[in-house]
Write a protein that binds this ligand. Structure first.
Ligand SMILES: [Zn+2]
Ligand SMILES: [Zn+2]
Length: 275
């Protein structure tokens, strides 16, 4: 019996003779179901279609693991490497021997986590491949559609995972939306790995905050302020989003604050130059 994979979001559902009727994650207002109807796939079908692990060094100490061609939402994972083990963040929707070998060569895996349920994807596969701990932000546990064999560990607020590597709950997009603060990132200035908790925009010079990206839904002011306040205590100069690009490469702390203030001006309709 196959593990069923939603073709639109790449989240997995337990082994069964036939797939579930709907993907609960895509049926939610933050995602979408194709107009032609729910579609399912399997890891075997993705392999046969030619998807392969795509591994690149992003910066020293940070390995990117994506899929070529991309699967579903197309996120690439980030492997944060430390002397005491590694954290895999935002696993993509397909895992193969190329990706597993790259992580093994990089020292294996202590823990795997995701910024939010859209990117849970292969989290159970990764946990089982390395007997890694799965960390799930408590309010989102119900969205873990295929729990790993090793029971997930829930956390909230913040949680130190490895030296200099901290999960920070921000809320907003999902109640449990989170970022990784990596103190050693950006040459020691600090980096956030944000998925779409803090959404980097195409010009790499601002960020935004969304209830739903595909459905163009904004967040209320209190949620935007909640995200900014959650990351304010941390030093960071760079923000990596959920994909290879865009990346907010420098001056990120000021850009996040400035972007949030502008967003809130628009929410309130307080933009003097509005034409
Ligand atoms: Zn789905
Ligand atoms: Zn999302």
């Amino acid at each position: 019996m196959p593990v069923w994979i939603c073709a639109t979001c790449a989240n997995q559902y337990p082994e069964a003779p036939s797939p579930p009727g709907i993907c609960v994650i895509c049926a939610d207002e933050r995602q979408w179901v194709p107009a032609s109807g729910q579609r399912w796939t399997t890891a075997e079908e993705l392999a046969a279609a030619g998807h392969r692990g795509d591994v690149r060094e992003v910066e020293p100490g940070l390995l990117g693991i994506g899929v070529d061609p991309p699967v579903a939402i197309g996120q690439r994972a980030l492997l944060v490497r430390t002397d005491e083990g590694n954290l895999l963040w935002d696993p993509p929707g397909y895992l193969d021997e190329v990706a597993v070998a790259a992580v093994r060569d990089a020292g294996g895996l202590r823990a795997v986590a995701a910024s939010h349920p859209h990117f849970y994807g292969t989290i159970a596969d990764w946990s089982e491949a390395f007997d890694a701990e799965v960390l799930v932000c408590a309010p989102d546990l119900g969205w873990l559609t295929r729990p790993p064999r090793r029971p997930p560990v829930t956390w909230s607020g913040s949680r130190a995972v490895l030296p200099g590597v901290t999960l920070v709950q921000c809320g907003g997009h999902f109640a449990g939306s989170a970022v990784v603060h990596w103190a050693g990132g950006a040459g020691g200035a600090g980096a956030l790995l944000s998925g779409d908790t803090i959404f980097v925009t195409p010009g790499e010079d601002r960020v935004t905050f969304v209830r739903s990206a595909p459905n163009r839904l904004p967040l209320p002011e209190r949620a935007v302020r909640g995200v900014v306040e959650a990351v304010r205590p941390y030093a960071f100069d760079r923000v990596y989003g959920g994909w290879w690009q865009p990346v907010l490469r420098r001056d990120a702390k000021a850009v996040v604050e400035r972007s949030a203030e502008r967003y809130i001006q628009w929410l309130r309709g307080e933009v003097p130059e509005d034409r």
